[in-house]
Design a protein around this ligand. Structure first.
Ligand code: ZN
Ligand code: ZN
Length: 213
């Protein structure tokens, strides 16, 4: 059985769940969605004793990607993701900062590699499948660990809710299609973490999420 673990580091005024995904045994891991408060993220990484191999981004919104370039420099690791359709959002993070009155060091982000549906990314022995799940943002991706039955859902799906689609590039019909055609079929037993609030289980969302039933 896998020893995958996750530590949440709340960041930014949007209470975004920056997530350190790591293996309990070999202490290898990644940081998913470092939206800001990079000092706090670095402290959490040091406290867990995890050796970070990469930064993974689910999408190009400021609360998820605003601290990515700073963290990349601090840790000396590459940025992977999201899908290239979010390149314009990542190139306008400083504009998003103005729009949402975010203070602090926000920099536009150039990932080392964009990700495509069907690709995999990994750390240590843990392999995650990439699903391209547009709707909340055009280039949103989610990270699925099939063996561990674990999904990082970003801002696609929340416990009892779904991502907002009123931001630039948002598309409600596309989001519902992403959830119903790609995410939910991963299986009722799949546990998920998400960008805001508590995670849950896909089966519970399929049965009770008011946006999906
Ligand atoms: Zn978002
Ligand atoms: Zn968010």
């Amino acid at each position: 059985m896998t020893r995958l673990n996750a530590q949440i580091v709340p960041v930014t005024i949007f209470a975004q769940n920056c997530c350190i995904l790591f293996d309990e045994d070999d202490k290898l891991g990644v940081v998913v969605d470092p939206g800001g408060d990079v000092d706090r993220i670095v402290e959490a990484v040091e406290a867990t004793g995890v050796s970070i191999e990469a930064i993974w981004l689910t999408h190009g919104h400021i609360d998820h990607a605003g601290g990515a370039m700073d963290l990349k420099e601090r840790l000396g690791v590459p940025i992977l993701g999201p899908h290239k359709a979010d390149a314009p959002l990542l190139a306008a993070l400083t504009e998003q900062a103005k729009m949402f009155q975010v203070t602090g060091a926000v920099r536009n982000c150039t990932p080392d590699r964009f990700l495509e549906e069907g690709e995999t990314v990994s750390f240590g022995s843990h392999i995650f499948e990439i699903l391209h799940t547009p709707g909340h943002a055009p280039g949103h991706v989610v990270f699925f660990h099939r063996e561990a039955r674990f999904l990082h859902a970003g801002d696609v799906l929340f416990s009892g809710s779904i991502g907002r689609t009123d931001l630039p590039g948002g598309d409600h019909a596309a989001l519902i299609a992403s959830i119903k055609e790609k995410v939910l079929p991963l299986g009722d037993d799949v546990g998920f973490l998400c960008g805001h609030g508590p995670g849950g289980r896909l089966g519970d969302e399929r049965r009770t999420n008011p946006f999906l039933v």
